[in-house]
Design a binder for this molecule. Structure first.
Ligand code: PLP
Length: 418
């Protein structure tokens, strides 16, 4: 991109942005009476204005109907997930029946591994990133132990090469090939939370299947950020939370994807609860579990209505804006920020440069006084996030961030070092 670095240019890019009106649908934290420059949508997305209304409506219906709200609420609680699955499925490129909105992320990852990590044959090994999110490490380690195996022998960790921050696809494929006979599962974060690297899930999934193993992904940092095609890529399973790019509030309800080739197999071992039983039999209180077809058959408990109401408010915005348009803006916006920061000698960007290898997040290593820089930004109403030992993550989110925000961020970093 060739541009003159002025605020006027940033503002004219904002003027031309066809998604600019979505910003008004969100509530921004305040700093000295002004909206903050919010770059932490990768960690906790902003509140959609409609979330409050939708949650209040559920409180109202609870008050009005009591238990009968299961069927009489304006959005009946019995089938509440039906208001969400179509919209959630579009975000990850799935069929509606392949998605269930339920529980929270770490819980879902464990539930899915119960079904998809079954080291009963000589296939016992799991490949994952060495720098995976801690919860994913813990879940994978405990699943291995749960089967009486030793994590240090059965988990293979992917490392970047010396002097590099991201993991090369060719190295991932080579690890899969090297372990082809003993490999049970490849479990990666779709977008690594620390570096912002997006893994080539399509190519990796293909290779995983070629050697006869299972491909499952934690999409916490990918859902609502990257255009995903889970069905077409033939991914076996995936899970993601709703409170990062999906803006559905702290601890919000999460989602799972189970490819239809597995979802329609009732014999696949799984943990169960009444909500996973066939819907028509759910209130018949039978003792026999017959899993609903599709991802719904992994549901456990009755719907988390308040959290789902907030999720609905957000999913409506994603449906209206469309992932393709969001992604298109995102590439431009992140590319713009990268260009601005690239010229600051004290900052090193460790996120891949190629747009198809990243989402909107850039991970910055400040070579000089990093913690002070982070605090300086905070004191100037610019919210970024700090990850030990030395990374500042910034995510210009296409749903509500502006080019002007990026310009202010870059200028403030320059001011700090001037
Ligand atoms: C955010 C995140 C989590 C958090 O899990 P919760 O169960 O929602 O607390 C787990 N894994 C990854 C990869 C994440 O990015």
């Amino acid at each position: 991109m060739n541009f003159n670095n002025t605020i006027e240019l940033a503002q004219s890019l904002d003027q031309a942005d066809e998604l600019k009106s979505y910003r008004e649908q969100f509530i921004f934290p305040q700093h000295n009476g002004k909206d903050t420059y919010y770059f932490t949508g990768n960690s906790l997305g902003l509140q959609p204005r409609k979330a409050q209304q939708y949650i209040l409506e559920e409180l109202e219906d609870w008050g009005k109907y009591g238990v009968e709200g299961h069927f009489l609420a304006r959005r009946n609680w019995f089938g509440y997930h039906h208001f969400l699955t179509d919209k959630a499925a579009k975000i990850v490129g799935a069929k509606a029946a392949e998605v269930a909105v339920m529980n929270t992320l770490s819980v879902n990852l464990n539930l899915l591994m119960v079904s998809f990590y079954r080291p009963v044959t000589k296939r016992t090994k799991i490949i994952m990133e060495a720098a995976a999110f801690p919860s994913d490490h813990y879940a994978v380690q405990q699943q291995v132990r749960f089967h009486g195996l030793n994590p240090s022998e059965h988990i293979i960790l992917l490392h970047p090469r010396d002097g590099e921050y991201c993991i090369r696809t060719e190295d991932i494929l080579a690890q899969i090939e090297e372990n082809k006979d003993g490999l049970a599962l490849v479990m990666l974060g779709g977008v690594n939370y620390y570096t912002g690297q997006f893994f080539d899930l399509q190519t990796i999934t293909e290779k995983v299947h070629q050697v006869g193993a299972i491909a499952g992904y934690d999409l916490a940092h990918a859902a609502g950020n990257i255009v995903l095609k889970l069905h077409d890529w033939n991914v076996d399973f995936a899970c993601w939370c709703s409170y990062k790019y999906l803006n559905s509030g702290p601890g919000g309800v999460a989602s799972i994807f189970v490819h239809e080739k597995h979802g329609n197999n009732p014999d696949l071992p799984r943990f169960a609860g009444w909500w996973g039983n066939e819907e028509k039999d759910r209130f018949l209180m039978k003792s026999e579990f017959i899993p609903a077809t599709g991802a719904s058959g992994w549901q456990q408990s009755n719907a988390q209505i308040f959290s789902m109401a907030a999720h609905l408010a957000s999913l409506e915005l994603f449906e209206a804006a469309g992932m393709d348009k969001l992604r298109h803006k995102s590439e431009t916006l992140t590319g713009y920020l990268e260009q601005l920061i690239h010229y600051i000698p004290q900052i090193k960007i460790i996120t891949p440069t190629a747009p198809n290898e990243r989402g909107c997040q850039l991970s910055l290593i400040a070579l000089d006084r990093p913690k002070d820089l982070f605090k300086f930004l905070q004191n100037h109403g610019i919210m970024t996030d700090w990850r030990e030992p030395d990374v500042i993550r910034v995510a210009p989110v296409p749903m509500y961030n502006r080019f002007e925000d990026c310009w202010i961020l870059a200028e403030s970093i320059k001011e700090f070092y001037s």
